[in-house]
Design a protein around this ligand. Sequence first.
Ligand SMILES: Cc1cc2nc3c(=O)[nH]c(=O)nc-3n(C[C@H](O)[C@H](O)[C@H](O)COP(=O)(O)O)c2cc1C
Length: 341
Amino acid sequence: MARYPQAAGFAGNVSARPTDQAAGLAAGKTIFLPLSLVPDAIRELRQLFWHGKANRLSRDDPVQWEFLDRVEAASWKSSTEQRVVELNRSGPTVKTPNNLSADAPNIYPGQPRAGQVIRQRRSALAFDGKTSISAGSFFTMLARVMPRVDRDPCQRPMPWDVLPWEPAIHLALFVHRVDGLAPGLYMLARDPAKVDSLRRAMHPQFAWTSPPGCPEDLPLFLLQEGDARQLAAQVSCHQEIAGKSAFSLGMIAEFESSLRRYGPWFYRRLFWETGVIGQVLYLEAEATGVRATGIGCFFDDPVHQVFGFNDVMFQSLYHFTTGGHVEDPRLTTLPPYGLDH
Ligand SMILES: Cc1cc2nc3c(=O)[nH]c(=O)nc-3n(C[C@H](O)[C@H](O)[C@H](O)COP(=O)(O)O)c2cc1C
């Protein structure tokens, strides 16, 4: 791991090693944590060689998506953000169990261990169209994707402390089978301050009522009751996985305002944020005893019509579905990596 060179504004060497950071903090020092990759580390990586041979996935010639090359060029980031967060003992304290080994007692008795959940995670290939989840599990899963924007970035709950920008993705939900909740369309505003701008951008007839039992600090709203199973599948390139699950969702980006604020390169950061949300939901689904699948194939214009978005202020970037899965007998499941890998 590279050491950072002395740089203007940095009080001493800034190291990316968590152990160096922790030792410095323990010794009462103020730590400056850069929120960008260090140019020296990138230069070092450039000297490395790629070994191996990529598998050919298809016998056909790959489709040339020239449009994507244009998107890549247009969203290229050519400058470095010099953002640094300052940590000291009076700042955020991170409580870490002393012993993180597999033999350590489970600090959440009755809950599966993180390692187990991470290793067992698989994408569901099909859902059973039957399994429901409890409203409590649904609220817990959604609470886990709340970045708590009221806090400083480094005090936000893990993993939202790794994204050094203000969250710009909200969830438009198709709820099918959540016990105690009416099926229909729902909205989760990941930043409570954005509820009004979302509301103004969406269909005026939506209800915007808090569902029964919803925790007070969870900005989740019922928009419209109804059977959204077929609709969810249709807008997801006719994939049944979006309608036969317990719920599916579209990740709605604050699109135009983010690109204007930061520049075209932020297009990729919006996708990074959707990716983190997806990974959290994948693990939460496994921890709850159900399964999930990312949905990259969806029709964005019909999704926007369903929710009432009619310009580029908001844009759906990635979809997701969660529910009781059906095992696919064509797949072989091998034991996961050992703990020492
Ligand atoms: C960004 C993304 C988009 C995906 N889109 C779809 C999709 O549209 N339909 C689908 O059936 N699976 C989709 N998947 C699931 C992938 O097929 C699955 O992740 C892949 O087969 C690897 O399996 P694993 O997640 O169990 O490791 C998507 C996954 C990701 C991460």
